[in-house]
Design a protein around this ligand. Sequence first.
Ligand code: OAD
Length: 243
Amino acid sequence: MLETVRGWIAQAQRIAVLTGAGVSAESGVPTFRDTQTGYWAQFNPQEMASERGFRAAPQRVWDWYEHRRAMLVGVQPNAGHQALAVFARRHPGRLALITQNVDGLHQRAGSEGVLCLHGDLAANRWLDRPRVCCDLARAQPGSPPRCAACGNLVRPGVVWFGEDLPPQVLDAAQQAAQACELMLVVGTAGAVYPAAGLAHQARQAGARVVVVNPAPSELDGVAHAVLRGTAAQLLPALLSDPA
Ligand code: OAD
């Protein structure tokens, strides 16, 4: 099956790749839904990843994001991130990279133009609509930082449950999904929409869909091929140039 999928990749002029937390697992970043090791085995997503949860316990939620940010400093992109970046460099214009990840590892591996559906863990923004007094560069340090004048709180620049995805990013991702001949779905449980819907859209528009995941995912049924293995093993094997 690996050789078959390599053939599909070789034929496709437009390839879209949808990645999830599993692509960073081998870098040491926890996923969300893996039993035992995933964040959601330990934390309630409604408490840690919603505006309501943040308003209820801003310090607890902020500290968790700070912990995740600090952890990323010691983490490196893995062979899966690198294979995607190398392929895009060798084949300009053929690969659209869409990610649900907020860890920045695709970008650190050298991928450009990454469509980040769920924002950026490294970014901050205001919780409430900023007033003239609100200036992120001068936010009063704290956990979370706040506007010294009006008390507006700083929150992480990620998309929380119940929030809209950045519309331009979602538009671009949907266009890529509908225009591609092949979509690789790598390291995602396929449980969160609209991200997972991109695989359905690609299939409906006539693309071949390939899932790369060591475990069953909710998108296996959409796929023409399911490759059981990890991102750092399979992406280099799939995307390297023919010998
Ligand atoms: P999940 O944690 O839901 O799923 C991770 C997937 O990666 C699972 O299907 C695993 O089997 C798979 N996996 C684990 N190790 C892997 C490896 N080495 N190589 C390849 N796959 C591996 O993560 P996502 O699907 O990304 O939302 O979750 C989607 C969204 O839900 C996240 O973006 C996050 C979360 O709540 C926000 O933060 C807004």
